[in-house]
Ligand binder design. Structure first.
Ligand code: AHR
Length: 502
């Protein structure tokens, strides 16, 4: 029998709401069509932002949105995206399909979107092909409230007050598309660029994020931090708040990733097995960070994660459009539980990418919009945002898979306690074979009521524009209150959320 032991009084750390963050790049139909349709569109919009999409993202409680890239960020010149739209310079989006970018969605539109969403802002600056001056001026344009040529230009363009930039990324993937740099070289570049990310309003500090590693590249983390922490950066805590980490789940490899919807049981387990690697990756990078920053002042920001498959047939290969099934729901549930468990170090994560690109929470087609299984998981997990992670562990869990190299635990979990004392438990049943009964035991807590919701279906179940309700959130009936806590039966291939009141 599987038992989940919860020490509800052993609080570990706060689960930063930003762990439930999102990422939107100028890539395919994410920004254009997905989020922004322009004021003249016949798709209902407010100031150009799709109303249906904004409503759905608010309901899911989106806490932060990263923009404008991704690889796009390192070729983005912000001045091309301000002022009257008809005068905005066009550019070629060299990373993503070679299409023409008309810059109709720029800085003002981004802040309008975040305002409508009620979420924090995370801007990614251009280090790869941009100058220090360009970056510095962007920061001034956005955040300086006094009199200056750039602040006045912002006013001329319709925005009087300075905006708040909560997070600022100094480059993206500078080991790859952002300039193919060595870690030591990037560290020096970071030191220089961040010096000019000025904090004009000390009350509203900008959290600076340096480009961290890709997946298993521990060498990058070691060399980056080593170089950053020498000479005058000994007091690094005034110059850097976080490093990033990117890890995508690919069922196979970069040459053949596999289909989003047409896959075997073996691919199911392999995908989940690879997703679970996130735990090892985060742990090992955190261990390196601990050497330099034992008090864990720096955050690890997993600002790109999610499944990456071959694009849907007949779509532009540069647009990274893919469907989303129950397999993605499990990938989301597994990753989010891992981030919760590491919330002392992981203080932001951004799934790639919000709408119509990679593991999206929303897909659109003209006026139609569907919520993906991943969306339902994010909405179910939202109660963890800002709650306290508590000590919990499973016993009696066996491993399952189709071979020795893709064995996964049948169940994973995380548990938090909200301010009002409600206990939030999220459980994934990774098994395709069987339902799993889980006994949940508390130390002292006496349960008065339980609400239980589940996202479940066949492994390849997904929503389409003709049938948007194949995978939804349903009430889970198979839950009973026991002397020690709660007993629940998790359907095979499911993600479950419990809200337990005392
Ligand atoms: O999310 C798609 C791309 O993946 C991003 O632009 C880049 O940062 C990463 O390689």
């Amino acid at each position: 029998m599987i038992r989940l032991t919860v020490h509800e009084n052993e609080k570990k750390a706060t689960i930063s709401p930003e762990i439930y963050g999102h990422f939107s790049e100028h890539l395919g139909r994410c920004i254009y069509e997905g989020l922004y349709v322009g004021e003249d569109s016949d798709i209902p919009n407010e100031k150009g932002m799709r109303k249906d999409v904004v409503e759905a993202l608010k309901d899911m409680q989106i806490p932060v949105l990263r923009w404008p890239g991704g690889c796009f960020a390192d070729e983005y010149h912000w001045k091309d995206g301000i002022g009257p739209k008809e005068n905005r310079k066009k550019m070629i989006n060299t990373n993503w399909g070679g299409v023409v970018e008309d810059n109709s969605f720029g800085t003002h539109e981004y802040f309008e979107l975040c305002d409508q969403l009620g979420c924090k802002t995370y801007i990614n600056g251009n280090v790869g092909s941009g100058t220090v001056q360009e970056m510095s001026e962007w920061v001034e344009y956005m955040t300086f409230d006094g009199e200056s040529p750039l602040a006045n230009e912002r006013r001329k363009n319709g925005r009087d007050k300075a905006w708040r930039v909560d997070y600022f990324g100094v480059g993206n993937e500078n080991w790859g598309c952002g300039g193919n740099m060595h870690p030591e070289y990037y560290a020096d570049v970071y030191r220089r660029y961040q010096s000019f990310v000025k904090m004009y309003d000390k009350e509203k500090p900008i959290n600076r994020i340096a480009c961290g590693p890709s997946d298993f590249d521990y060498d990058w983390t070691e060399k980056l931090l080593n170089r950053l922490f020498t000479r005058c950066f000994d007091h690094l805590h005034g110059n850097l708040e976080a490093i990033s980490l990117h890890y995508y789940t690919l069922p196979h490899d970069w040459d053949y990733k596999g289909s989003a919807t047409d896959f075997t049981k073996e691919e199911w387990y392999t995908t989940l097995y690879k997703t679970l690697k996130m735990d090892e990756i985060v742990t090992k990078h955190s261990n390196i960070m601990d050497k330099y920053d034992p008090k864990k002042i720096l955050a690890l920001v997993v600002d790109e994660w999610g499944c990456w498959y071959d694009v849907e047939e007949g779509t532009n290969p540069g647009f990274l459009y893919q469907q989303n099934t129950m397999r993605d729901a499990l990938v989301a549930g597994i990753n989010l539980n891992i981030f919760n468990k590491h919330c002392d170090r992981v203080r932001m994560a951004n799934i790639a990418q919000t709408v119509n690109v990679l593991q999206s929470v929303i897909l659109t087609e003209g006026k139609k919009m569907i919520l993906t299984p991943t969306y339902h998981v994010f909405r179910m997990f939202k109660y963890h945002q800002g709650a306290q992670l508590v000590n919990s562990f499973l016993t009696g869990v066996e491993q399952e898979g189709t071979g020795d190299d893709n064995k996964v635990p049948q169940v994973t979990e995380s548990v938090s306690v909200s301010e009002d004392g409600t206990v939030n438990i999220t459980l994934n049943n990774l098994s395709l074979e069987s339902d799993k009964e889980v006994e949940i035991d508390f130390d002292d807590l006496k349960v008065s009521s339980v609400e239980a919701y589940v996202v479940t279906g066949a492994m390849d179940a997904h929503n389409t524009f003709d049938d948007a309700e194949v995978v939804t959130t349903k009430k889970l009936e198979n839950v009973t209150i026991t002397d020690k806590g709660v007993k629940v039966v998790l359907p095979a291939c499911s993600v479950t959320g419990l809200r337990i009141k005392r």
